[in-house]
Design a protein around this ligand. Structure first.
Ligand code: ZN
Length: 319
């Protein structure tokens, strides 16, 4: 090989080595805010999920007005991470998955896509947020079909939504399950204004040096298979590193985590939406359904190898 070519080749190898070392050195920092709300940060790239940090009481939710308690949310949000949010995903549009987004969006870059369902888009239209809102159920995948990728403005992150379902809240009844077909003309202020719409699950990829460096799967409500699942062929390009699954249990859904865990075979499982989110974060965190959470943890321990970490995250902590 001529000397100059050899120098170029060695230089190229050096750059590739540096690039991959750089990718490997980036740590994933998961911060839990309670319910389905997380910031997941790798370097300068942050995902925000199901934006809801407040904890209006059950009485207020059922009989009063619910609006973002801005002083309370400010206490707990981390502005440095929110300024780096490059993608937001919201799995459905009930208040406990979307209500605080208009307020926290003031810190998020204007170019950050908000990926939610059509109902969420109609709900958020009232707030005239600067960020583009994408109704992902128009091009969602299913257990057998691939959907569309939605990219961050700088193409360093992407997400694909899948058709999922919402479990009944109580006694087999599914409340606030309508879909909006038009923009809201008044501000949503009571619980029934926040109709759920199509429930979604999401794969999210962090792309570093044009390769998938970290992949998570987000399923914030319990769904009976095949709802919430994605085509197995997507795993050919990258495995699931972290699986986030809703864990407000119900005996009818005790078999819920089996199929999604068997599909994902993740390194870590984070059980989310497990705590009593009607209580202030100043009170001790307690499960909203202790038996359901215990049953799900037992199923997961049986299904997973000893290498899989099963985490019940405590709000305001990092993982
Ligand atoms: Zn819900």
């Amino acid at each position: 090989m001529p000397f100059i070519l050899k120098r170029l080749f060695l230089g190229f190898l050096f750059c590739v080595t540096l690039a991959s070392a750089h990718a490997q050195n980036i740590q994933t920092e998961v911060r839990y805010y309670g319910t389905g709300c997380f910031t997941i940060q790798r370097g300068e790239n942050v995902l925000l999920t199901d934006p809801f940090i407040g904890n209006p009481s059950a009485t207020k939710v059922l009989f009063g007005k619910i609006r973002t308690d801005t002083a309370y949310v400010k206490l707990y949000m981390n502005p440095a991470a929110f300024r780096k949010v490059k993608l937001v995903v919201a799995a459905h549009s009930h208040y406990d998955h979307l209500m605080d987004l208009p307020f926290v969006s003031r810190l998020i870059p204007d170019s950050t896509p908000i990926v939610c369902n059509k109902t969420g888009k109609h709900l958020l239209s009232f707030y005239k947020m600067k960020q583009p809102v994408v109704a992902a159920n128009e091009a969602m995948g299913t257990e057998t079909t691939i959907g569309a990728w939605h990219y961050s403005a700088d193409s360093t992150m992407r997400t694909m939504a899948f058709e999922s379902m919402h479990p009944p809240q109580t006694a087999g009844i599914n409340f606030w399950n309508k879909r909006y077909a038009q923009d809201l003309v008044a501000e949503p202020s009571i619980v029934s204004d926040w109709q759920g719409g199509q429930t979604l699950s999401f794969i999210v990829d962090w792309l570093e040096d044009s390769v998938i460096a970290y992949r998570m799967f987000f399923l914030s409500s319990m769904a009976k298979a095949p709802y919430g699942l994605f085509p197995k062929e997507l795993l050919d390009e990258h495995e699931i590193d972290d699986l986030f699954i809703g864990a407000s249990g119900d005996s009818e859904y005790s078999s819920f985590p089996g199929p999604v865990v068997e599909l994902c075979k993740p390194k870590r499982i984070l059980l989310i939406h497990w705590e009593n989110f009607f209580k202030s974060k100043e009170e001790p965190f307690k499960a909203i359904d202790t038996k359901g959470l215990e049953a799900m943890t037992k199923v997961l321990k049986e299904k997973c190898s000893s290498e899989t970490q099963i985490i019940t995250p405590i709000p305001l902590n990092y993982y």
